[in-house]
Design a protein around this ligand. Sequence first.
Ligand SMILES: CC(C)(COP(=O)(O)OP(=O)(O)OC[C@H]1O[C@@H](n2cnc3c(N)ncnc32)[C@H](O)[C@@H]1OP(=O)(O)O)[C@@H](O)C(=O)NCCC(=O)NCCS
Length: 269
Amino acid sequence: MNDRPDAAGLAPAAGDGPPTAGWVVFGAGGHARSVVDVLERLGASVVAVVGDAGGRAWPVDVLEDEDAGIERVVTEGLHAVVAIGSSEARLAVLGRLRTAAQRARTAAAAPSTESGAEVPSSVQNVPARSAQSTGGGDEVAPAVVAATATVAVGVELGPGTVVLEHAHVGPGSRLGAGVIVNTGAIVEHDCVVGEGSHVAPGAVLLGAARIGARSFVGSGARILPGVALGAGVTVGAGAVVTRSAPDGQTMVGVPARSAHQRLGRGTSQ
Ligand SMILES: CC(C)(COP(=O)(O)OP(=O)(O)OC[C@H]1O[C@@H](n2cnc3c(N)ncnc32)[C@H](O)[C@@H]1OP(=O)(O)O)[C@@H](O)C(=O)NCCC(=O)NCCS
């Protein structure tokens, strides 16, 4: 059985943006492996990974030097996805990529007003016609939505955001740049997920939940409807978060409490 989607279905219709070009994946660890698989199942061609492979064999070029990777993306007109677990590192590489791509565009022939070569919007809409998309527009790091993921019509996905296999993003939700919605995670309707945040495998944000930038929701955790978490929040695996929490808090347990309260001390994260 061929369970790969038809690669022809990946090329956005004329006017939607570039066809699926080669991709460079920044990161060479476990998350990068998942992201490469997502791209391959979409029929995209991964030409290189960038990072310390730690002895792992990759069937594509491995570039250890990040600058070399960025150079290759820009000079060869490739797409990039940043598959690095650390929010800070992910956003930093994403920022460098976008800056380099913007400089390259500026240095190229003067853009015509019709060319679409202007600085891209920080947010892009998933095409209504397909939830299996590698994004569009001239963004160097378009959002990537796995073949088996579902993203509601009109959802806003920031550049560099990845939605992995079997995940779901409901209508009215807004996700910033560099967000990870990991395998089987659910971001229900009308949620807001700040840039660089990570919703780990099987975690659930129920309706109208909000999480600030660079937050982490551990595997299997549940954020109840309407709960608002600040920036840099860590939610432990399996927690059920019933109350809003401020920036920097680590929440664990059922019902979730700050790690300090629940354990009588902090945790390292
Ligand atoms: C909450 C978390 C961030 C804390 O990490 P940490 O600071 O390294 O914590 P430690 O492992 O040192 O554990 C410290 C204490 O917290 C407890 N603890 C850790 N995680 C917990 C959790 N999810 N729920 C309840 N208690 C937890 C530990 O049992 C330990 O208590 P003890 O000393 O009484 O045994 C981490 O355990 C966690 O849940 N991470 C999520 C992992 C995940 O989902 N990864 C997905 C990757 S894609």
